[in-house]
Design a protein around this ligand. Structure first.
Ligand SMILES: Nc1ncnc2c1ncn2[C@@H]1O[C@H](COP(=O)(O)OP(=O)(O)OP(=O)(O)O)[C@@H](O)[C@H]1O
Ligand SMILES: [Mg+2]
Length: 321
């Protein structure tokens, strides 16, 4: 039987394999004494069909662990393999590292020179929380202007849109007035990136949210054709439009608190990855995550990203701005 094995991250090899029936699946690879198969399940489906036609054998193939990538190397990997227009969805509980990840990805994309006009790719970060230590910690290096209204002035292409909050009873309507037209109209020639933290807040009904579920659906479904890259995070994967899980090419998952959340994400990210998510998500340590690239790429398909050691700070003190 002929089979394609993803043997290394850069090359594909055709080999002949024989399947030996038994309590476990044994592959004899003709002409090779050993074979390294990092992502066993990527060829599992190729052989599963043949196996299913054979009487008797048990298929016992658990997914091989995703490659471990250190945070610093992941940033290089992302810079190399992300293309404008590929959206990123990030999910994780409070304090898991979503904002830090989202902002780091924004920095990478923002630094990328556009082929069209040689200018960096503009990034707009939407912020509604009155305080956010992670934003405060990550941002100074970039010195992107913080603006209260949209659209930005000329020269403020990289910006944080951070409307005034004020009393909780009126904050949502004030923020809605800024974010609703932004989501409808944001677009620049050659590609714009938008980072939306806690997408569930944008979708939930006022006053607990901005009542923008229709706008968010429209935004997700038209973003790619408008050359937007959307990075979005949430703690509540079941409270956001399904498009947030089906549109992105990249999904980044921290360990989740609820089984229903795991099921929801695993179902929507796709059958290719469900087993990996169920198997490896519970093994993640604090601030570690699984990164899944749903569109095939020779360098990254699914990886396990480590935390950064030595990072300090928490979300409970300090002023956001
Ligand atoms: N990859 C990482 N490695 C080490 N520490 C991290 C990492 N990511 C985040 N942290 C630490 O965790 C803190 C919380 O991270 P962050 O604000 O990104 O979480 P969050 O998921 O966005 O939280 P929230 O749900 O409150 O918005 C950060 O201040 C930082 O100290
Ligand atoms: Mg956050």
């Amino acid at each position: 039987m002929g089979c394609v094995l993803h043997e290394s991250q850069t090359a594909y090899h055709h080999v002949n394999v024989s399947i030996v029936k038994g309590p476990r699946l044994t592959l004899i690879v003709h002409g090779h004494t050993t074979i390294r198969v990092p992502w066993l399940h990527t060829f599992r489906f190729a052989i599963e069909e043949s196996i299913s036609k054979m009487p008797g054998p048990m298929l016992d193939v658990s997914p091989s662990p995703p490659n471990v990538v250190y945070w610093d190397d992941f940033q290089d990997l992302f810079a190399e393999s992300h293309r404008q227009g590929e959206h990123v969805a990030i999910v994780g509980p409070n304090g898991s590292g979503k904002t830090m990840m989202g902002l780091e990805l924004c920095k990478i994309i923002g630094a990328r020179r556009q082929r069209v006009n040689g200018r960096p790719s503009p990034v707009c970060v939407l912020q509604y929380k009155p305080r956010d230590d992670t934003l405060r910690m990550v941002l100074p290096e970039e010195s992107w202007p913080v603006i209260k209204k949209w659209p930005p002035k000329y020269g403020e292409e990289h910006c944080i849109v951070w409307p005034r909050g004020g009393p909780p009873s009126t904050a949502a309507s004030r923020q809605r007035a800024v974010f609703a037209p932004l989501l409808d109209k944001i677009y620049v020639e050659g590609g714009q990136t938008v980072y939306i933290p806690e997408a569930a807040y944008f979708e939930r009904a006022q006053p607990a949210g901005l009542s923008l579920s229709g706008t968010m659906e429209q935004f997700w479904s038209t973003a790619r054709s408008n050359k937007l890259t959307v990075i979005s995070d949430t703690q509540r994967p079941r409270k956001v439009t399904l498009l947030m899980w089906t549109e992105p090419a990249w999904v980044i998952i921290y360990q989740l608190d609820h089984r229903d959340d795991v099921k929801h994400v695993a179902d929507l990210v796709g059958t290719d990855f469900g087993t990996t998510i169920w198997t490896y998500l519970p093994r993640l340590g604090t601030h570690e995550c699984l990164v899944i690239r749903r569109q095939r790429h020779p360098k990254v398909r699914e990886v396990y990203v480590t935390r950064v050691t030595g990072v300090t700070g928490n979300n409970s003190n300090g002023r956001g701005r």
